[in-house]
Design a protein around this ligand. Structure first.
Ligand code: OXD
Ligand code: MN
Length: 590
């Protein structure tokens, strides 16, 4: 498939270490993928689901000890510890290479090594980057073929360039004690071993498109962010694009595929999905910021996904989808998960593989699907996929939205005064633990720009890069920055805002602000709405007032918490971030 000497030399080296029985190139053809599906079914690695109800759909179960990303075993191996920063695990590259080489030695004995050339972003787009993943797992090959663009076209694009990210994965024996997910940013290299779970092994996603890409972005003057991209179309047919960053499990996929409330649908408003998890952003020739979604599929959390909560995501899973760790409904060989409906199948196989009476099993408090069970669905299946999804030039970004789960502190929405203030708002992003007791405020976890687990270099330098990007844009053309909080609670611990489709009301205020059409009031934290449209919404004025207000004392506590958090970065923290923190404190004390 290639005469590229850099590629061939690297594969020879990796094969000499892992010692596979044979090497198979993935050419991207449906014929080859179909043969691999058949092979995976014959070995039990995958189960073929009901092909009438779920055509092209398969099921996979991971090892019980291997069901999520493993942040404590994820490393950024930069030459010095300072380059990785205090929020990443670090080991010296030489030491880590030596440790892992011993683990990889003979790890593919008797197995096939698949070579997956893949493009993050449309093949040939100026935004796009190429990776090659070597893996001993057919499951990984088939998932990568959904999540990225794979095959010969990618090798043709690479031609004889050595500019590709070298990704090595071996499932080995899934030993959690020897599981490592390691990025070497300076070498454009990712090594993952002893896992078969998506986030650890689909190396194009978090490892490349966020960790390695954020480092490349810093070097090359662009940005890789943990952000969804959506287009909001008004009744005149104009579409404006929003990028939004939320920590994991805050409903990014739901927001990306939002269905507007009926009164807005009736007027002609629509939402189009460009991406649900990752954005790559570059300043275009016109000085505006443009975004692409580097992925080609959705690796979504299944539990909680239903016709009501996310009709579009559910529709996307109805064909050519791989389900991982959900439950099987044996009556018709389809899938089920908590929250799909209120009707767990009687004859079910739970995610670990035991055949149970699903009704009794769940009534006893057990879960049929693992809470982090997933669907891997092609983006083009999504009924609201944007027609700009494949646009190699990306979409122009009008607003950037940060958000978190805050029971008390953050209002429903507020706007940053300018880019620098917006970067500060992103840098202080936080979420509270969801299991908070009624009314009680959970434990605050800082997750700057939702990138804490994903920044491939020192987070303080990452803030600096955000500030630099702002300086390169005309302030009139740069996206306006906002913060939202769908999770504010009343004194009984009940959510005050309905969320889901009604979040569209907040997005409309955001876009109106960007167009200079909506009023706001200045507050110590930024601009608060005078009003959010609540047409047809059963919410009283007192609740709306509360949602749009702030408690200065709680905010001062938050300032103290943020100050403590920032201390870990020492004098590497950009001065602008501290200036904004001091300004916020002074505003709150006024
Ligand atoms: C994800 C995550 O899987 O952020 O997207 O954890
Ligand atoms: Mn994510």
């Amino acid at each position: 498939m290639t005469n590229n000497t850099a590629v061939k030399t690297w594969i020879d080296e990796m094969a000499a270490m892992c010692q596979p029985e044979k090497i198979v190139w993935i050419d991207g053809s449906e014929e080859q993928l179909e043969a691999l599906r058949a092979e995976a079914v014959s070995t039990g690695e995958m189960i073929k689901l009901n092909q009438e109800k779920l055509p092209g759909c398969y099921y996979h179960r991971t090892a019980v000890n291997d069901v999520a990303r493993v942040e404590d075993r994820t490393f950024i191996c930069t030459p010095t510890k300072e380059e990785a920063g205090p929020t990443n695990n670090w080991m010296a590259p030489d030491e880590m290479y030596a440790k892992l080489k011993a683990l990889y030695k003979g790890s593919m004995n008797g197995r096939t090594m698949y070579v997956i050339p893949y493009s993050m972003g449309p093949v040939g787009s100026p935004f796009s980057k190429i990776g090659i993943e070597l893996t001993d797992s057919i499951y990984v090959v088939l998932n990568m073929a959904i999540m990225t663009r794979v095959g010969q076209a990618v090798m043709d694009q690479l031609a004889d360039s050595p500019d590709f990210v070298k990704c090595l994965h071996s499932k080995k024996d899934v030993n959690p004690e020897e599981r490592y997910i390691v990025q070497f940013p300076q070498d454009s290299t990712i090594w993952s071993i002893n896992s078969g779970y998506g986030g650890n092994v689909l190396l194009g996603k978090k490892c490349f498109a966020l960790r390695i890409a954020s480092y490349l972005g810093m070097k090359e003057g662009w940005m890789a962010e943990h952000m969804l991209i959506l287009g909001l179309e008004n009744p005149q047919g104009e579409v404006k694009y929003i990028c939004a960053a939320f920590p994991s499990a805050c409903g990014k996929t739901n927001l990306a595929m939002l269905i507007p409330p009926k009164y807005l649908r009736d007027k002609g408003y629509k939402v189009w999905t460009v991406g649900d998890d990752i954005s790559w952003l570059r300043i275009g020739p016109d000085g505006r910021l443009y975004a692409i979604n580097p992925e080609a599929g959705f690796f979504g959390v299944a539990p909680g996904t239903s016709e009501k909560t996310n009709f579009n995501a559910l529709a996307a899973t109805k064909k050519n989808t791989i389900f991982t760790n959900v439950a099987i409904n044996n009556a018709d060989n389809t899938v089920w998960w908590e929250g799909l409906d209120k009707n767990p199948p009687e004859d079910a196989t739970e995610w670990k593989g035991a055949r149970v009476n699903g009704k009794e099993y769940t009534a006893e408090g057990n879960k049929l699907a693992h809470p982090n069970s997933r669907f891997t669905a092609p983006a083009i299946n999504c009924p609201c996929i944007s027609k700009e999804f494949e646009n190699p030039a990306g979409v122009p970004v009008t607003a950037i939205v940060f958000g978190g789960r805050r029971a008390k502190v953050a209002p429903l929405v507020y706007q940053a005064r300018d880019w620098q203030h917006g970067v500060f708002i992103g840098a202080t992003m936080a979420s509270e633990t969801t299991a908070a007791a009624a009314g009680a405020v959970g434990v605050v976890r800082r997750d700057p720009m939702a990138m804490k687990p994903f920044a491939g270099y020192n987070m303080a330098d990452y803030f600096g890069h955000w500030l630099e990007m702002g300086k390169k844009m005309d302030p009139e053309k740069a996206p306006k920055i906002f913060h939202v909080n769908w999770f504010r609670q009343d004194e009984n611990g009940d959510f005050m805002w309905p969320g889901f489709g009604d979040n569209m009301r907040v997005l409309l205020w955001i876009l109106d602000r960007c167009a200079g059409k909506a009023d706001a009031v200045e507050s110590p934290i930024g601009y608060l709405p005078k009003e959010i449209d609540t047409t047809d919404l059963d919410i009283d004025d007192g609740v709306m007032k509360e949602l749009l207000s702030i408690d200065n004392d709680l905010w001062l506590e938050d300032v103290a918490n943020a100050r403590e958090y920032f201390a870990q970065f020492g004098n590497r923290l950009p001065k602008e971030i501290m200036d904004e923190l001091n300004k916020l404190e002074a505003n709150l004390k006024k």
